[in-house]
Design a protein around this ligand. Structure first.
Ligand SMILES: Cc1cc2nc3c(=O)[nH]c(=O)nc-3n(C[C@H](O)[C@H](O)[C@H](O)COP(=O)(O)OP(=O)(O)OC[C@H]3O[C@@H](n4cnc5c(N)ncnc54)[C@H](O)[C@@H]3O)c2cc1C
Length: 504
């Protein structure tokens, strides 16, 4: 009997369990395997992303991309439909159910209900399943076997370990941790709700989707004071169209990318990709664009948001639509780039790619617009640093060429760290120290992109990974649709090893 241990029961963990159960049963392997499923929060099927208690936290992906099963992206839409579809107050958006943005809470319920029924079904089918409400803190390899060390000292013996750890906290701004009015992470929302009304002016570090989540938490809980988002570039995500206009690309195509590689005997360069991208955008715009003019750094966010809302209600502009049309090609293109080119992309185009490719849902944009109109919200670009003034009892926000500003409460919403050593995780640190993980220079850990097996000097072949820890080598790990595709390839490899390979 082989023991497969899944660590984490968020969306990735549930997708892995679902696909593993299905594959073991359909391939007649259920008597050969025991599944151990560990979750430190003791809630199966929520995780950080979808375990929020805030109804205003919306999915930032349309419902028809949130299905748990590969090749069945509309599985979530069907579930929503059975629950009442668009009549549900937690389903937002002007389009059809498939284009809707439900609350993340509702999606968490989908994950929870699904994991619960799958666990019951698996046990009823005679599969050995053990659920452990424990935190994995360490791993010890012994030949082809792994000893998982949990926080309470228990040891779980495993032949295969699947890391579905999700989005670790960042370990930046450590110098602020001793101050009670500093909130190091916007989730869960308890600390924000507890302290928000003590502050007339709340500062949020970051201006991306994580920062917007924090603003939604404040607004939905009737915070009346002033909110300022501080970030180096002041860029805020654009607004997702009600329905993306499908656009064909004639220039930035996979053919063109592979031709570059073949003709030049090297990977594509970021400047070549961007040149092709611009051609497609201009072709759909019908005229050349002043790309310098499109640079949003430091510009007035309220007026940009106004324009973006209007564009989103008309199906989006070519810049966003061409970026969205790259959904299924961005990772294949990304994997052809050298690490140097990946680092260049992240530095040079990363922020703009982020705000166009990962826009905010329209309902959230409208809430922000109201706050801007009421002078309750502002975005402060060129943020440099923050220090706590013991004398004033406030945080001093340092902005380039501007007077320092004070805030009474500070929320760190800079989002998920990319680099392994910036991730707050005992388990990852333990595995890194033992050579069971290799940091990838562009972020996350080294992985075999086809089967999601982690590659390292000493980790052996029994450790697999999913989601955010793979953010450097794989581009879309912050999307369920992408992670579900990864799960399908990973489980195929594991069951093939059970059928024909070293586990047979
Ligand atoms: C706030 C937020 C909103 C998002 N919204 C969307 C969205 O709308 N659409 C979308 O497609 N993607 C979204 N994402 C991206 C999301 O990360 C991915 O979709 C991902 O698939 C989420 O699932 P996960 O299982 O990787 O992570 P998580 O949901 O973070 O789950 C990981 C689980 O692992 C557990 N865990 C971690 N370490 C240990 C340990 N050592 N021992 C035991 N248990 C452990 C955690 O407690 C957690 O329950 C969002 C991410 C965040 C952070």
């Amino acid at each position: 009997m082989k023991n497969i241990t899944i660590i984490g029961a968020g969306a990735c963990g549930v997708a892995a369990f679902a696909e593993l159960f299905l594959s073991l049963v359909t391939k007649g392997l259920k008597d050969k395997v025991k599944i151990t499923w560990m979750e430190k929060d003791g809630k199966w099927g929520h995780g950080l992303a979808f375990g929020t208690d805030q109804p205003g936290h919306l999915l930032n992906t349309q419902a028809d991309l949130m299905g748990l099963y590969v090749n069945e992206p509309s599985h979530y839409v069907d579930w929503l439909d059975n629950k009442g579809g668009k009549s549900l107050d937690r389903v937002k958006g002007k389009g059809g159910l498939e284009d809707s943005y439900s609350s993340r809470q509702l999606y968490g319920r989908y994950l929870f209900e699904h994991s619960k029924s799958l666990i019951l079904e698996a046990k009823a089918a005679g599969l050995t399943v053990e659920l452990l409400h424990q935190k994995a803190d360490g791993l010890q390899r012994e030949g082809d076997n792994y000893q998982l060390l949990s926080e309470n000292g228990d040891v779980i013996s495993s032949d295969i370990v699947i890391l579905a750890l999700g989005t670790p906290k960042p370990n930046n701004f450590k110098h602020l941790l001793t101050h009670s009015n500093y909130i190091p992470f916007p989730w869960p929302s308890g600390p924000i709700l507890e302290k928000m009304n003590q502050a007339e002016h709340i500062g949020i570090l970051g201006s991306s989707l994580s920062a917007i989540d924090a603003v939604m938490t404040l607004v939905d809980n009737k915070y009346e004071g002033k909110i300022s988002l501080y970030s180096p570039d002041g860029l805020v995500p654009r607004v997702q169209p009600v329905k993306n206009k499908e656009v064909a690309r004639n220039h930035l195509t996979m053919d063109a990318i592979y031709r570059i590689r073949r003709e030049n005997r090297r990977g594509p360069l970021v400047k070549e990709i961007f040149r092709l991208f611009r051609k497609d955008v201009e072709e759909h715009t019908g005229e050349p664009l002043d790309w310098k003019e499109l640079d949003r750094e430091g510009k007035d966010v309220a007026s940009l948001l106004q324009k973006d809302i209007a564009l989103a209600e008309e199906g989006g502009d070519p810049l966003m639509n061409v970026a969205y049309s790259l959904r299924y090609d961005s990772t294949p293109i990304w994997s052809l780039l050298s690490i140097e080119e990946k680092l260049k992309f992240m530095k040079w185009l990363g922020p703009d790619w982020g705000i166009n490719r990962h826009g905010m849902p329209l309902p959230n944009a409208k809430k922000l617009q109201k706050l801007f109109k009421g002078n309750k919200l502002r975005v402060v670009p060129f943020f440099e640093d923050v220090a706590f003034s013991g004398k004033l009892g406030e945080f001093q926000m340092k902005i380039k060429d501007k007077p320092t500003e004070s805030v009474q409460l500070l929320i760190n919403a800079t989002g998920s760290p990319g680099k392994l050593d910036e991730m707050e995780s005992t388990l990852l640190r333990n595995m890194l120290n033992k050579g069971y993980l290799s940091p990838y220079r562009a972020g996350g850990v080294c992985v075999n992109e086809q089967i999601l097996q982690l590659l390292s000097p000493k980790g052996g072949s029994g450790i697999y990974g999913l989601g955010h820890i793979l953010n450097g080598q794989l581009m879309d790990v912050n999307a369920v649709w992408f992670n579900v595709k990864c799960v399908s390839r990973m489980i195929k490899d594991i069951t093939d090893r059970l059928l024909y390979g070293d586990f047979s």
